[in-house]
Design a protein around this ligand. Structure first.
Ligand SMILES: Cc1cc2nc3c(=O)[nH]c(=O)nc-3n(C[C@H](O)[C@H](O)[C@H](O)COP(=O)(O)OP(=O)(O)OC[C@H]3O[C@@H](n4cnc5c(N)ncnc54)[C@H](O)[C@@H]3O)c2cc1C
Length: 406
């Protein structure tokens, strides 16, 4: 093994979470020595619906403003104003906001821009380098081993490898496979020259025939381009492709399919721990992805912002990395924990519903309530469950139980 220079922070993975961690560390401490290792030959989108809610930039405060002002308009391809929910019986519920609430990104360009910002700030990005695992001594990670056999030494190691979770699982010697109840297997087409009726609204298709334990999506990237995909609960479906092919036929959008890609999304509850001594994980690797819809870009950026902020401070003040990473974990739990738990329970509930129950719930809520459903307070949830109970008492009781409101 050869030895290379020491870094303050070594980040494995240049997705949204890894890049945000690197940029946030340097944003809060210009002098930090930060290295990102990326196993692919270039940074960029592999497979993603490319939706991003605007609220994430607000949650990141000054850092969010900084990022937003450095991301060119080309990163944000299409503004979104809401959702059309399509129920199993074909009924459409249109939930439109007055102001735009997010975008369909050009995620490839978005990530390449983040990488450019990171490098401009003095960060080091190494492409085509696979981090095969942490190098441990007495349960402390003091570096990363690469596929070339190099040992890169760092004061802390950050696993931002997405759902592969290759670094922390190796450090903790975890061999059990991930629970397939909490995984969605997805397939997506990118389509050009097609017909879209409402290019400013995303479309979500529910139903156990369309997508068991998941949903189908149509995300417009403009007037005649869309991302069309299906995600199904891995424990219920072996092969998602037939579902995607049937969904595509039903949609009848015309146009040309320019790419076909499969992938997985995590829909876990937040773990008890995502830091261990001087090793931490962030983004999809730390299971920050929203369990209801599988959106992980925003949670990855946010997690990276919080982690980078704490790391920068610790490096500046020469504080203990172990204590710093605990602060990061505490802040994530404080800011996202309760909401994430609620989303996880709601996801389990959605996956337990038959199509009739789904329709009863949808028909009991106004479009405006659907727009706010991700952020319901207990009181709002109770009010809606009251309405549902009048139609179907058993379903009302089921909702109360699943959402832990009893
Ligand atoms: C079909 C599909 C559609 C989706 N649609 C959306 C959507 O519309 N909106 C949304 O918000 N989210 C969506 N997601 C989820 C989203 O893409 C991820 O949750 C998000 O990208 C997670 O970011 P991350 O940085 O944690 O991980 P990733 O984006 O997975 O990045 C991890 C990076 O680490 C690299 N890497 C992995 N292992 C190693 C290693 N050992 N050494 C070095 N590098 C390594 C990978 O090459 C990759 O670049 C979708 C996912 C799929 C599969």
């Amino acid at each position: 093994m050869s030895f290379m220079p020491e870094y303050d922070v070594i980040i494995c993975g240049a997705g949204p979470a890894g890049l945000a961690t690197g940029i946030s560390t340097l944003f809060h401490n210009k002098k930090a020595k930060v290295l990102i290792l990326e196993s692919r030959e270039e940074v960029g989108e592999e497979k993603c619906g490319e939706g991003l809610a605007e609220e994430w930039f607000k949650h990141m405060k000054k850092f969010g403003k900084y990022l937003r002002s450095n991301l060119k308009p080309k990163c944000f391809e299409n503004e979104m104003f809401g959702v059309i929910f399509i129920l199993p019986n074909g009924e459409r519920i249109v939930a439109r906001e007055k102001k735009s609430n997010g975008w369909l990104l050009n995620k490839d360009y978005f990530l390449k821009t983040l990488a450019a910002i990171f490098k401009k700030m003095g960060g080091q990005l190494e492409l085509g380098v696979n981090a095969v695992g942490p190098v441990m001594k007495n349960d402390i990670a003091y570096g990363v081993e690469t596929h070339l056999g190099n040992l890169i030494r760092g004061k802390c190691v950050i696993d931002a490898t997405g759902l592969t979770q290759s670094i922390w699982r190796k450090a903790l010697k975890i061999k059990e496979p991930i629970d397939r109840n909490d995984i969605e297997i997805c397939f997506q087409y990118k389509v050009e020259d097609c017909k879209i009726e409402n290019p400013d609204l995303i479309q979500i298709y529910f139903g156990n025939i369309i997508a068991p334990g998941g949903y189908g999506w149509v995300f417009p990237k403009g007037k005649n381009r869309v991302n069309v995909g299906i995600g199904c609960q891995a424990s219920r479906v072996k092969n998602v492709l037939p579902y995607q092919e049937r969904f595509w036929k039903i949609l009848d959008l015309g146009g040309r399919i320019v790419s076909k890609k499969g992938g997985t999304v995590a829909t876990f509850d937040l773990p008890e721990n995502f830091v261990w001594s001087n090793l931490a994980c962030v983004g999809a690797s730390a299971r920050f992805t929203n369990p209801i819809h599988g959106g992980g870009t925003g949670p990855g950026l946010f997690g990276g912002y919080i982690l980078g902020k704490h790391l920068a401070n610790a490096i500046k003040k020469k504080e203990s990395i172990e204590e710093t990473l605990k602060k990061y974990q505490d802040e994530i739990k404080e800011t996202r924990g309760k909401r994430h738990e609620y989303h996880y329970k709601a996801k389990n509930l959605l996956q337990s519903l038959n199509d009739d129950e789904m329709e009863t719930i949808f028909s009991s809520m106004t479009p405006d309530e659907w727009l706010r459903s991700m952020n319901f307070t207990k009181r709002e949830a109770f009010r809606i469950i009251g309405r549902i109970s009048k139609k179907n008492l058993r379903l009302g009781l089921k909702l109360t139980k699943y959402l832990g409101l009893s």
